[in-house]
Design a protein around this ligand. Structure first.
Ligand SMILES: NC(=O)c1ccc[n+]([C@@H]2O[C@H](COP(=O)([O-])OP(=O)(O)OC[C@H]3O[C@@H](n4cnc5c(N)ncnc54)[C@H](OP(=O)(O)O)[C@@H]3O)[C@@H](O)[C@H]2O)c1
Length: 280
């Protein structure tokens, strides 16, 4: 699709929002595709999401991404919710349709799985037990996509057991919520470990997870991307495990947004990744 007569607009609504790396990656694609357009950080206070989303169409925006604290609230505002977003209970991407109505979707799980497959193209979800740490929004995206991809066993550990039990109840399938104290032993025989908690992120504590029982063949991935190598990933790499950092999830979730907004399939390139990694 070409856009000769239009200045293309999209953005990310959050509060706060200035830390977001999304403008950098989307504006890289505008340059790559030689398109006149801009992706903006949109600082939207809680309580003002409704008017902000309703402004997208009159202002000529093709859509926007949503980040903390707007992902759940948007469910009440958009005109239609895509099935994945409905199941997840959160919207990460809003598309303005031709008739100015708003479609809410969620591309976080897509981002996670494509980052993993980008790093390890032959990877299969049914290769062995999967351990997921955490049960917040990120965990919902990761467990849903892993289940859809054929995971046979997902051991879910969260500090607050009731939250992981709710996730198990919502999604069912291969997911079992297990007590937090059992997380270290729960790594036995695992083929993949995913940290979806905020632990390991700059300014937060480190994730308390002893890797002794984890097979050396397992992949360890983190959805935290600041820093690019979390203490968990550093410890896993030091003992010989393969690792995937959280940046790929952020980069890949942006691809379906571009398809929806502009009818273009952009690529995640090594140059783009290096450009953003240099800022982490
Ligand atoms: N790479 C990406 O594209 C991407 C996408 C989404 C999120 N993320 C990152 O993933 C992280 C989580 O995001 P989220 O949206 O899932 O957050 P969230 O919904 O607030 O969930 C936070 C999770 O972290 C756990 N947690 C917090 N403090 C903890 C502690 N001291 N010890 C153990 N567990 C703790 C929480 O456990 P409780 O339930 O017990 O509170 C919960 O499971 C953030 O760092 C975010 O930036 C990255």
């Amino acid at each position: 699709m070409s856009h000769p007569d239009q200045f293309l607009l999209a953005g990310v609504m959050g509060w706060p929002v200035m830390h977001s790396r999304s403008p950098m990656l989307h504006n890289y694609w505008f340059e790559q595709h030689k398109l006149a357009g801009r992706y903006l950080p949109l600082a939207i206070e809680p309580g003002k999401l409704g008017p902000a989303l309703r402004s997208l169409a009159p202002l000529g925006f093709s859509g926007c991404n949503l980040t903390i604290p707007h992902k759940e609230k948007a469910l009440e505002i958009v005109d239609e919710i895509a099935p994945t977003a409905k199941k997840m209970g959160a919207i990460s991407c809003v598309t303005v349709r031709k008739d100015s109505t708003l479609l809410g979707s969620n591309n976080d799980g897509y981002g996670y799985i494509h980052a993993l497959l980008d790093a390890f193209p032959g990877w299969k979800a049914d290769a062995g037990p999967i351990v997921v740490i955490g049960s917040g929004g990120g965990a919902r995206a990761v467990t849903m996509i892993l289940s859809e991809r054929g995971a046979k066993e997902i051991r879910l550990f969260n500090r607050t057991l009731t939250r992981s039990q709710t996730l198990q109840r919502d999604f069912g399938g291969p997911i079992t919520a297990l007590p937090w104290d059992e997380r270290h032993n729960g790594l036995e025989g695992a083929a993949l470990v995913v940290n979806t908690t905020s632990q390991g992120m700059v300014g937060q504590g480190n994730l308390d997870l002893k890797l002794d029982k984890l097979p050396k063949t397992a992949i360890v991935s983190d959805i935290v991307y600041i820093p690019k190598e979390t203490p968990l990933l550093a410890a896993a790499r030091a003992r010989g495990n393969r690792t995937v950092n959280g940046l790929g999830m952020l980069l890949h979730q942006a691809r379906p947004a571009w398809e929806a907004w502009f009818g273009i399939s952009p690529k995640v390139t090594p140059e783009m990744r290096a450009m953003i990694e240099a800022t982490l």
